[in-house]
Design a protein around this ligand. Structure first.
Ligand code: FE2
Length: 264
């Protein structure tokens, strides 16, 4: 099974630039087309939050229209720039989303099980999942502790070292870790939010943050670093699941480079 991942497209209303400088809608088109040009197509695409920038219905209408370029099914989770109820309304035909409450879900229709978690705290930018959400997660994991499982949440549950992203980090990840580390079938925890590729061993599994389709947050580690980003490199991920080989994850950057060249 091939699983595509797009993250943090920050779609805006028609004619509005992201951060006043970047055409995030065009960038999402380019990321989707990039993903579709890979010679094997994903069976499913995951979109790991911040689908839109300000949570507005008109932004979701544009996001839906752009995501319609995907010929395969896709699953969505919300990010801190999404608005829970507008998000739910925009994707009301996505039957896996619950009718009320946090947007936690489990999709069991594929060779890999997909658990979507809503790590958003309405009106705030940091991440957290409350005790009810963790109890739900524990119950779902317990119902099938064997099937290979991918867990998605927008906020990486760790301190990343970039001060202006850690300000909006997942708060108190230990209870989430305590649930996940009880299960050995969690192949990956997939995140967005940090607009860069990151990898960490955590809670007995691997946490992987996907690049954004629109901007890359700059890699600065000093505590007084000021927030900054660039309009690229932008990217997406492709996760290859094979029942014998396990999971293998590729990051693919959007855009042209000189080539192709033969190599030997
Ligand atoms: Fe984002």
């Amino acid at each position: 099974m091939l699983i595509g991942q797009l993250s943090d497209p920050h779609v805006r209303a028609h004619g509005v630039l992201y951060q006043g400088v970047v055409d995030s809608n065009q960038a999402l088109i380019e990321a989707i087309d990039h993903l579709l040009r890979i010679d094997k197509r994903p069976d499913l695409v995951l979109v790991t939050g911040d689908l839109v920038d300000e949570g507005r219905p008109e932004e979701y209408a544009v996001a839906r229209a752009l995501l319609a370029r995907l010929p395969m099914p896709y699953l969505v989770i919300p990010g801190n720039h999404d608005h829970r109820e507008n998000f739910r309304a925009a994707f009301q035909d996505h039957g896996y989303l619950p009718a009320e409450g946090p947007l936690h879900y489990c999709v069991d229709d594929y060779a890999v099980r997909f658990i979507g978690l809503d790590s958003c705290v309405p009106t705030l930018h940091h991440g957290h999942i409350d005790a009810d959400g963790l109890a739900w997660l524990d119950g779902v994991l317990e119902s099938n502790p064997v099937k290979p499982t991918v867990v998605m949440l927008h906020h990486p549950p760790f301190v990343c070292g970039i001060p202006y992203m850690d300000e909006y980090r997942y708060i108190d990840p230990a209870p989430l870790a305590a649930v996940l580390q009880r299960y050995s079938n969690i192949e990956l925890v997939l995140c967005g939010h940090v607009h860069r590729s990151m990898l960490r061993r955590w809670a007995g599994t691997v946490v992987c943050a996907c690049p954004s389709t629109v901007t890359e947050i700059d890699l600065q580690l000093l505590p007084n670093a000021l927030p900054s980003s660039h309009a690229g490199p932008r990217g997406c991920m492709l996760h290859l699941w094979d029942e014998h080989l396990g999971m293998l994850s590729h990051t693919s950057l959007v855009g042209e480079s000189p080539g192709p060249y033969p190599f030997a």
